[in-house]
Design a protein around this ligand. Structure first.
Ligand code: ZN
Length: 427
């Protein structure tokens, strides 16, 4: 592994301090030295990349990722993709995420039992390029809830997006099976979802006995529980049972906010608000007009989610970007749009939005002391960005502005050779 010295870069280090000009030395897979321009770092044998004033920042973490969502408009459209094609799809998407600057992703459910585990293992073994990845189970749901796509005349599990359970015993069996497959997290659909008919987002479906059975198995194996929880009651249920990652959390009440705040050093919220916005304003080509989206309850949910998430941010609860990209109306690799939404709708400063994607990202990846900052000793996951993301976070979703992506000390996207030569001549 060649060592790399980035010189003449504006270092946006993820700590919250304003960027400063300097150099960063990467040795092996770690950042070994971060220096201001007043104290140049000797390159030794390292390859020198002259950043020419570009921004060097930590790689981003997508906190709510579904590689196996295949940009279809329906859950059935995702689920009915044959397994062989589906594996190839996930591998292709994983590579695209990494090249788009997402050096870490938290799997939030996959569409077939082992898709996430197989992709994570292939990435870790170096068989395919992809982000650091935490593999999820399929969604576990209850009959008629979000993810139950079985039909009365086709009651086969293969037709269902999630795994349906109807008792604590069935839950235990499902969870044990996914743990056997080697998942990092178990995903429970605690609330309804406006996407599914007759399953409003404000309703809460799973029994405490079912959730407790799941979390008992999760704890025994030292794994993590995650929850689809749009209703206030489901957020409280997740917290009560020790679930660490809460997806959506659209609806809140004072009690749920107090509980979240009390658990803020443990829990993460990854709302995925882009899909709410897209359903309301951008899904007409797929038959979902604004009027239809409103009838489905999306305007009520959007309004509630904005208020809830603003309140969480004010209370210091960790709210992270990412979520539910991979539908036709929220295609993969537009994920950095969440940072724009956080700034525009949730009251984040650009610095806070970037920190939630980087510093909190290292925390949700369970590597709080070695991932998510440009800091001596941290893992070398770095982005070289043309421009100032603090002035305009939107540049983070423009591939042309991402000059280079490094994961674990290796370029996933290399700076252009021509540009490097130009820089070398200039030097
Ligand atoms: Zn999701």
């Amino acid at each position: 592994m060649a060592d790399t010295l980035f010189t003449n870069v504006r270092i946006l280090d993820g700590t919250g301090q304003m960027p400063y000009t300097g150099s960063v030395l990467v040795q092996g897979n770690r950042i070994r030295q971060v220096g201001r321009s007043t104290a140049p770092i000797s390159p030794g044998g390292a390859t020198v990349i002259d950043g020419a004033g570009a921004t060097l920042m930590p790689g981003m973490t997508e906190a709510h990722t579904h590689f196996s969502w295949n940009d279809a408009a329906t859950l059935a459209g995702i689920q009915t993709m044959p397994l062989e094609e589906h594996v190839l799809w996930c591998a292709k998407v994983a590579k695209r995420y990494l090249e788009a600057g997402w050096t870490s992703c938290v799997g939030a459910a996959c569409a077939k039992p082992r898709l996430d585990v197989v992709i994570r293992n292939a990435i870790n073994a170096g068989q395919i390029p992809g982000p650091r990845y935490l593999a999820a189970s399929q969604e576990i749901t209850v009959l008629g809830g979000l993810g139950d796509e079985t039909l009365s005349h086709l009651p086969f599990p293969e037709f269902s997006f999630g795994v349906n359970v109807s008792s604590a015993d069935e839950m235990r069996k499902a969870v044990r099976l996914f743990l056997k497959y080697g998942v990092d997290s178990i995903k429970l659909n605690l609330s309804g979802d406006n996407f599914t008919p007759d399953s409003p987002a404000e309703t809460t479906w799973m029994t405490d006995a079912e959730v407790e059975a799941a979390m008992h198995e999760v704890r025994i194996r030292g794994k993590r529980g995650t929850a689809h929880a749009r209703s206030a009651a489901s957020v409280k249920q997740a917290l009560k049972h020790g679930i660490d990652v809460i997806y959506h959390a659209s609806f809140s009440d004072t009690e749920s906010l107090d509980m979240l705040e009390a658990a803020k050093d443990r829990v993460f919220v990854a709302p995925g608000i882009a899909i709410l916005y897209a359903m309301l304003h951008e899904a007409e080509a797929y038959g979902i007009t604004n009027a239809k989206a409103q009838a489905m309850g999306y305007q009520i949910e959007w309004d509630a989610a904005i208020e809830s998430l603003k309140a969480m941010h004010k209370r210091g609860i960790r709210v992270l970007p990412g979520g539910d990209y991979g539908f036709a109306f929220t295609p993969h690799c537009q994920n950095a749009r969440d940072l724009e939404f956080f700034v525009k709708y949730l009251g984040f400063t650009p610095m806070e939005a970037i920190r939630s994607a980087t510093f909190y990202g290292g925390q949700i990846m369970m590597k709080p002391n070695e991932l998510g900052l440009v800091k001596d000793g941290f893992l070398a996951d770095l982005l070289l960005v043309d421009g100032d993301p603090l002035a305009n976070v939107a540049i983070l979703r423009d591939p042309k502005r991402l000059l280079a992506v490094m994961k674990d000390g290796v370029f996933a996207k290399s700076p252009e050779i021509a540009a490097q030569r130009r820089w070398e001549r200039a030097a």
